[in-house]
Ligand binder design. Structure first.
Ligand SMILES: CCCCCCCCCCCCCCCCCCCCCCCCCC(=O)SCCNC(=O)CCNC(=O)[C@H](O)C(C)(C)COP(=O)(O)OP(=O)(O)OC[C@H]1O[C@@H](n2cnc3c(N)ncnc32)[C@H](O)[C@@H]1OP(=O)(O)O
Ligand SMILES: NC(=O)C1=CN([C@@H]2O[C@H](COP(=O)(O)OP(=O)(O)OC[C@H]3O[C@@H](n4cnc5c(N)ncnc54)[C@H](OP(=O)(O)O)[C@@H]3O)[C@@H](O)[C@H]2O)C=CC1
Length: 502
């Protein structure tokens, strides 16, 4: 019997961010491996005109939960959505709900965060720091609490090159930052943001670092652990390979490349592409929850959930394999053929952005306008370029994350748990993983049917012919202009014609 699965059976578990990418994989795994668990409370806000129940219904009816519904048919009754907005005081939770949460919760998984890189500091602090502090305050009033697991990011200290499983101090104490957000106005916050984030690239990584310090300080008397995943990608094995449901990180870029929008990217080809599958992150998270509650380590343990030092893969290998997979499973209605390369200098990057990204978008929009349709490609292209500029930092640096705690945890698991909650990335075959990732993006994100592959291939052939025609036409126009204006070009032309008549 799995010790981890047995631990979660009959437990009341509170999850924040359960409607997010990792939160859903976490809930799925919990229900699949511990169908006897008592209840999962999820803090959810109503969104896009949907009630809490509708949001939960949508999640449970997705493909991700198909296996769970077989194993745990009463899953609907075991999820209790609680109306909560982490931006509000006490999260806006009703008195009755709060009482129930405080008296029943055994384990907390704190996954909610803003993962947007460019969020204004005030908003990022509110969600990634203040809300974490408030949740810890709630946790301190839970008599039955056994473990508090905080999801952070391996990039919270990305200003360092070698990162250990420790919490690093920030120049200003989180409490001072939280306080100052209350009285500083937006203009001043915007002005001081670059100074505060210092050599980190964005407010996300900075506020996640502050969040960790808060966890260490406020959670000193609790059983707390921090998980630091690197770049989370589609699932590797469970519940099935390739599941992904948002555009963050590499997924959006895979779409952009597969649809022919992304043709070049400024990246260091041999830098480590530290991707980690979502199910690996969740297996480690659940194992850490069990270990924290049962073994009660004396200090807050931090677990790096990264692949680089155990099973490294670089951007070149990854990029090439993504492109190779497009040949097997092309995406439908591509804008251009999927073909991309890496640029390494700012000059070549600007050049290829102009020639391969902006110019085709402008030309296509002119065509749309001429045929009476609404131009839209330049807008899409600008959005992609913005995203690309935000990701650039992460594809041009390499980090070394030590993984002593993660390896220690692995060694503490029974053989059964090592199989059921596998987070040993040494077993990951990158080529197979990337292929399934691209396939997953096609099926679950783009919702494209595999039956459409022959038509997608035909479309790519048409694009290739248009490309050849375009190049020939361009060549003839330039040549004609040269002959008209340049004596040397005329001489060459006469020379070639005379060769032909010989
Ligand atoms: C020689 C061979 C060469 C081979 C070459 C091969 C090359 C070819 C192969 C290529 C593949 C392999 C390499 C890939 C490299 C990837 C590197 C990844 C590094 C990741 C590091 C992560 C480290 C940290 C990890 C963490 O710890 S955390 C997780 C990471 N966090 C994020 O990734 C959030 C980022 N995002 C934002 O920060 C905001 O999104 C923001 C961008 C500001 C926009 O912001 P804004 O303009 O306001 O737009 P939105 O409101 O967000 O969206 C507005 C509209 O755009 C949509 N849309 C949002 N996004 C995206 C998106 N991506 N893509 C497309 N659309 C998107 C949205 O659906 C909405 O559509 P609509 O509803 O309007 O129709
Ligand atoms: N994905 C990645 O590449 C990585 C993620 N991480 C960390 O993992 C955790 C989960 O990330 P991921 O699942 O990808 O993120 P998502 O963006 O997919 O999910 C974020 C979750 O937080 C919830 N949330 C946001 N704001 C509020 C709010 N005001 N009140 C209540 N809930 C809110 C969202 O709810 P709603 O659905 O209502 O928006 C959603 O459920 C985060 O802590 C992140 O920092 C770390 C490394 C990499």
């Amino acid at each position: 019997m799995s010790m981890i699965a047995a631990f979660y059976s009959s437990k009341s578990i509170l999850i924040t961010g359960a409607t997010g990418f990792l939160g859903k994989v976490l809930m799925e795994k919990l229900f699949r491996t511990s169908p006897d668990l008592k209840i999962i409370y999820i803090l959810v806000r109503p969104k896009a005109g949907q009630t809490l129940q509708q949001r939960v219904f949508q999640i449970l009816n997705s493909k991700l939960f198909e296996k769970v519904k077989e194993i745990c048919p009463d899953v609907h009754e075991k999820i209790r959505p609680i109306s909560a907005d982490l931006n509000q005081h006490d999260f806006g939770i009703s008195k009755e709900d709060m009482e129930e949460l405080l008296s029943s919760t055994n384990v907390i998984f704190h996954c909610a965060a803003t993962v947007r890189f460019d969020d204004p500091l005030r908003h990022a602090v509110q969600l990634n720091v203040t809300a974490t502090q408030q949740l810890l305050f709630m946790a301190s009033q839970m008599p039955k609490l056994e473990a508090f697991i905080h999801l952070s990011t391996a990039f919270s200290n990305c200003n360092l090159q070698h990162i250990d499983e420790v919490i690093y101090p920030c120049s200003v104490e989180p409490k001072k930052i939280i306080d100052s957000m209350e009285w500083l106005d937006d203009a001043i916050i915007d002005e001081i943001t670059p100074k505060l984030i210092g050599d980190r690239p964005n407010t996300y990584t900075y506020t996640k670092a502050l969040g960790e310090i808060v966890v260490q300080q406020e959670g000193a008397n609790m059983n707390v652990a921090i998980i630091r995943p690197s770049i989370v990608g589609a699932t590797w094995q469970e519940p099935f390979p390739g599941w992904v449901d948002n555009l963050n990180g590499p997924s959006g870029m895979i779409i952009a490349a597969g649809k022919g929008f992304l043709r070049s990217i400024k990246a260091t080809p041999l830098a480590i592409a530290d991707l980690i599958p979502a199910d690996t992150v969740i297996n480690l998270t659940l194992a850490a929850g069990w270990y924290t509650a049962v073994h009660r380590p004396k200090s807050t343990l931090i677990y790096h959930c990264t692949s680089g030092n155990l099973n490294p893969c670089n951007w070149l290998k990854m990029g090439l394999h993504v492109l190779e997979t497009f040949e097997k499973v092309p995406f439908e209605k591509a804008f251009r053929r999927p073909k991309a390369n890496f640029t390494t200098t700012s000059f070549t990057n600007h050049y290829w952005n102009a020639v391969s990204h902006r110019a085709p978008a402008v030309i296509y929009d002119i065509y749309l306008r001429l045929t009476g349709r609404k131009p839209r490609v330049t807008k899409l292209m600008n959005r992609m370029l913005r995203m690309l500029s935000m990701l650039e930092y992460f594809v041009n640096h390499s980090w070394e994350w030590s993984t002593h705690n993660t390896e220690m945890l692995m060694s503490m698991l029974s053989p059964e748990d090592q199989r059921m909650f596998n987070f040993d990335v040494r077993q990951l075959n990158w080529l197979e993983y990337i292929e399934n990732y691209v396939l997953g993006v096609k099926k679950y994100l783009l919702k494209e049917d595999m039956a459409g592959i022959p038509e997608a291939r035909q479309h790519l052939k048409r694009l290739r012919n248009i490309h050849y025609l375009f190049n020939v036409a361009l060549f003839l126009i330039i040549w004609r202009l040269l002959i008209a204006r340049w004596q040397m070009a005329r001489n060459i032309w006469f020379f070639i014609s005379s060769l032909h008549t010989l």
